[in-house]
Ligand binder design. Structure first.
Ligand code: GLU
Length: 603
């Protein structure tokens, strides 16, 4: 659920020059129908939270106010997003949780990424009739695309290790929201409209989201009593219910026998294939707790998410490349040129080397200064490299500039959600969670009120790196490569910035561009979040928002050889900056996805 000022502020965004702060964001406030006034920016003390949704922010803020810590608030807010943002995230999906522990002065992570069933084979998304990968929609809307969800176990693990409240207590505000309902806004209704065809294929999904064949009206109250019951059941019986009990049986049955409608209003062009996920796949699922990725950038410590997310490594490598030049002293166009080139180079390496099973040695090399030096020296300040660029060789022996070989492009979809929370004790959570596409695989588990993910379509369907091996092909129990990049930056060992975003593979460039804006280009955090975005993921053309495209910098970048394609919107970030005097500056999107919601405990 998002706020409703998108139309007014979209017009504003288009007319502002590049990197001009959306100062109106600070003054702008919005009255959510059922709540206090909300803003995309809030500054103060005692804890802070930023999410895309005022209801989720409100729930998290209340937990902080009542003495809960950042983890308690993050889980309660995430559970609420499962109700109000059900097309982006929920217990049917997965995500990555990054946590700064103020007592231990250390950053920890939880990998709650969905896992492939043990029966999954490398050619799971190859059509036997043609030997080619399935069309994306055919793969997505199927039982085959569903990974074993990791979200509930992420919440449980975070609460067990660092929280002060039970999972049951953390689910209860969200269950109340699901029961009482919340106002349908244009984004919520629009996401259903976009998905009318796939949602219409399944009785369970149509019943919930297309009552009378239409999305619920904007302004009406949307209730999800089945989800409220599911949350309460889990609150009573624990996660066992989801991984081994009745909910598990219903998930398996939905995957293996999709609840296809007898007579869908809109025909579907593809067969709907069943998947093979079993009860033991669910029962055997475990979260992992890998060490975060770490890189140094201009004296700061940047922590991110390790594989199977490519986020931490790719953001880290691009920063290492960028650190070779003093961007703050360069003309804006040259700084942006270097940003686009560093991102393309890092994506070439991501595509070639990163997957669930990338070796530790390769990961270390990808984040090494030597490798960054070799990659950085490919950048020509006067000309954009032809795209796609080839990957480098992270073998530990560096020194000369290797010539950029042509490589493979790789992109992915644009949906998910992100939240940032900090508490009065200085603990920080940066958490990105998803069900992959907006609407996941389009199947609501009958009687349970939540959508299943289609996360396994984040695997490459066929080898994209031939003749080299592709690190991101499907495999039994394997986790698909992600781009989610929850990032925490420390200065002198203390939190300085936390930031993350949805947006498929643009997540990486969004986080990178926000860091660049804040750390090098002199923008405040809200302005770095509001600034027009451009995303170069090693493709022939850079995707850019309208306000970026209409800037003088875009013209100058074109003269350097960058090609651009317009896209209405990239990402929907949230973040918190920690001031030296103890104040926290929470920031959300002023306009993208209808605007987000930032709040602090005490102004
Ligand atoms: N599935 C994507 C990933 O893990 C996130 C979904 C999105 O934001 O589009 O990178």
């Amino acid at each position: 659920m998002r706020m409703r000022r998108a139309t007014i502020l979209t017009a504003l965004t288009l007319s502002i020059p590049l990197f001009t702060p959306l100062t109106s964001a600070r003054a702008e406030t919005v009255r959510a129908d059922h709540q206090a006034v909300r803003s995309a920016v809030a500054e103060g003390y005692g804890g802070a939270i930023s999410t895309v949704d005022p209801t989720a922010t409100d729930v998290g803020l209340e937990v902080l106010r009542r003495g809960g810590n950042a983890v308690d608030a993050a889980v309660a807010a995430a559970a609420t997003l499962g109700v109000t943002e059900p097309f982006s995230a929920g217990i049917g999906g997965g995500g990555f949780f990054v946590y700064y522990d103020a007592r231990k002065h250390a950053v920890y992570t939880i990998d709650g990424r969905e896992a492939a069933p043990m029966s999954m084979r490398e050619d799971a998304f190859v059509d036997p009739a043609t030997g080619k990968g399935y069309a994306f929609d055919e793969a997505r809307v199927s039982g085959v695309s569903v990974g074993v969800p990791g979200t509930l176990l992420t919440w449980q693990e975070a609460l067990r290790r660092w929280g002060t409240r039970s999972l049951g207590a953390s689910l209860s505000p969200a269950a109340r929201v699901a029961d009482r309902g919340f106002p349908v806004d244009a984004t919520f209704a629009g996401q259903i409209s976009e998905n009318a065809a796939p949602f219409g294929q399944f009785d369970s999904t149509s019943k919930l989201y297309l009552p009378k064949g239409e999305p619920p009206a904007v302004g009406s109250t949307f209730r999800n009593p089945d989800l409220a019951d599911t949350y309460r059941l889990i609150a009573r019986r624990g996660v066992e219910e989801f991984y081994r009990g009745g909910v598990a049986r219903d998930i398996v049955s939905t995957v293996q026998h999709p609840p296809v409608a007898a007579d869908p209003a809109v025909p579907w062009a593809h067969p709907i294939r069943p998947g093979t996920m079993s009860m033991s796949d669910l029962a055997d699922y475990r979260v992992r707790t890998p060490a975060p990725t770490h890189s140094r950038y201009r004296g700061l410590d940047v922590y991110g998410m390790a594989t199977p997310s490519s986020g931490g490594t790719t953001v880290g490598e691009a920063l290492n490349i960028l650190e070779r030049s003093d961007l703050s002293r360069l003309p804006r166009v040259e700084a942006l040129h270097r940003y686009l080139e560093a991102s393309a180079l890092a994506f070439a390496d991501r595509n070639r080397y990163l997957g669930d099973y990338t070796s530790r040695a390769t990961l270390e090399q990808l984040l090494s200064d030597g490798f960054a030096g070799e990659r950085a020296c490919l950048i020509d300040p006067a000309h954009a490299l032809p795209k796609p660029v080839g990957p480098g060789v992270p073998d530990g022996s560096y020194g000369r500039c290797a010539k950029a070989a042509a490589g493979e492009a790789n992109t992915q979809g644009t949906h998910t959600t992100n939240l940032t929370v900090a508490d009065r004790w200085g603990n920080v959570v940066e958490y990105t969670l998803t069900i992959e596409q907006t609407g996941g695989n389009a199947m609501v588990v009958p009687g349970r009120g939540f959508l299943l993910n289609n996360e396994l379509t984040d695997f490459n369907f066929t080898n994209t790196q031939a003749p080299a091996a592709d690190p991101n092909l499907p495999g039994p129990g394997k986790r698909p490569r992600s781009s989610m990049s929850p990032t925490i930056v420390l200065a002198d060992g203390k939190p300085y910035l936390a930031v993350g975003s949805p947006g498929g593979s643009t997540i990486i460039t969004t986080v990178l561009q926000i860091l660049l804006g804040r750390l090098d280009l002199g923008l405040t955090l809200p302005d770095a979040i509001a600034a027009p975005r451009a995303s170069q993921r090693n493709t022939a053309s850079v995707q850019a928002e309208p306000a970026f495209l209409s800037s003088p910098e875009a013209t100058a970048l074109q003269e350097l050889g960058h090609a651009f394609t317009g896209t209405p919107e990239i990402g929907a970030a949230t973040g918190i900056e920690f001031r030296r005097d103890g104040r926290m500056l929470a920031a959300a999107e002023p306009t993208r996805r209808g605007g987000g919601s930032a709040a602090v405990v005490r102004r």
